[in-house]
Design a protein around this ligand. Structure first.
Ligand code: ATR
Length: 275
């Protein structure tokens, strides 16, 4: 029996246990995946104790512990090193912990389920918090032509742009406030702010959606978020919420732990039916 878990606070709402049980069933793998509540003082100890169990192969980490998980990882994937945040820990054979960040890969794979390619695209990333930071490397790895990072607080957008400009990439990366987003058309507009959690939308010019191929919201719910409805009303060709990103990051974690690539489509359908 492989032991896996997700650590977070709160954690009751997490869909990770059901997602990973579905993945395990696809391969008839015996897996026990639990949701573990922790707190900021005990997280590192809780995770290390869980991972020290003989059958534990790894764990996921969600808010607010991704930075602490980064700190306990002895080795890091490039995406985790850049994000300074870890959503997946793997126990290596020598007992050391390797940290990954599969959020960006989950996002990109979900976008590529809708658009054939985003190579050469101009991308607008709205928001500059942990969610935005976690997807930078994977977006740049798609050889996008330009990345405009727009945020309420310009300094936060500028620090993400500085991170991108420190990576070897030919992408043109710029930072701006909501009011200063260039009018140039964007192929892909991604909302990485937390505004959708409150039913709000960022104060950007809705004219920016006209002609865009896809508006993506990292948040998901039982109906399209306010951001997606607004984007569609203003001309975005397609809209997509973050459920596919959630399942996509889980699939990449599952592959890290088990070496098996699960099929995300049936799990997506199951979760949509449950909403
Ligand atoms: P997460 O881990 O979800 O990214 P976070 O790191 O707290 O959470 O980042 C939240 C993001 O949503 C930030 O980009 C934040 O903008 P600031 O950097 O200006 O704080 C954005 N955000 C949150 N509330 C907002 C609001 N009322 N208006 C505009 N942007 C908001």
């Amino acid at each position: 029996m492989l032991k896996l878990a997700v650590f977070g606070n709160p954690i009751k709402q997490s869909k990770s246990p059901i997602i990973h049980q579905q993945f395990a069933a696809q391969f008839e793998l015996p897996v026990r995946y639990t949701a573990e509540l922790s707190d900021e003082h005990s997280f590192k100890q809780d995770a290390q104790r869980f991972l020290a169990q003989p059958d534990a192969v790894g764990c996921n980490i969600t808010a607010p512990f991704k930075q602490q998980a980064f700190e306990i990882a002895a080795l890091l994937s490039p995406a985790a090193a850049t994000a300074r945040a870890v959503n997946t820990l793997q126990v290596l054979e020598d007992g050391r912990l390797k940290g990954f960040n599969t959020d960006g890969g989950g996002l990109v794979n979900d976008i590529l389920a809708v658009l054939d390619s985003i190579s050469g695209s101009s991308v607008l990333l709205i928001g500059a918090g942990g969610a935005a930071r976690g997807v930078l490397v994977d977006l740049l790895n798609q050889h996008i032509a330009s990345l405009t990072i727009s945020n309420r607080t310009l300094e936060n957008a500028q620090s993400l742009a500085d991170i991108c400009n420190g990576l070897s990439s030919n992408c043109k990366v710029t930072a701006c406030n909501f009011a200063d987003i260039p009018k140039a058309p964007f192929d892909l507009i991604i909302n990485a702010t937390s505004l959708s959690l409150h039913g709000d939308v960022p104060q950007i010019d809705p004219g920016l959606f006209a002609g865009s191929a896809l508006a993506y919201d990292m948040v998901y719910g039982d109906k399209p978020t306010a951001f997606l409805t607004w984007a569609q009303q203003h001309g975005a060709s397609q809209i997509r919420d973050g459920l596919g990103m959630l399942i996509g990051q889980a699939a990449l974690s599952f592959a890290i732990w088990t070496g098996k690539q699960p099929d995300v489509a049936p799990v997506m359908q199951l979760l949509r039916e449950q909403d």
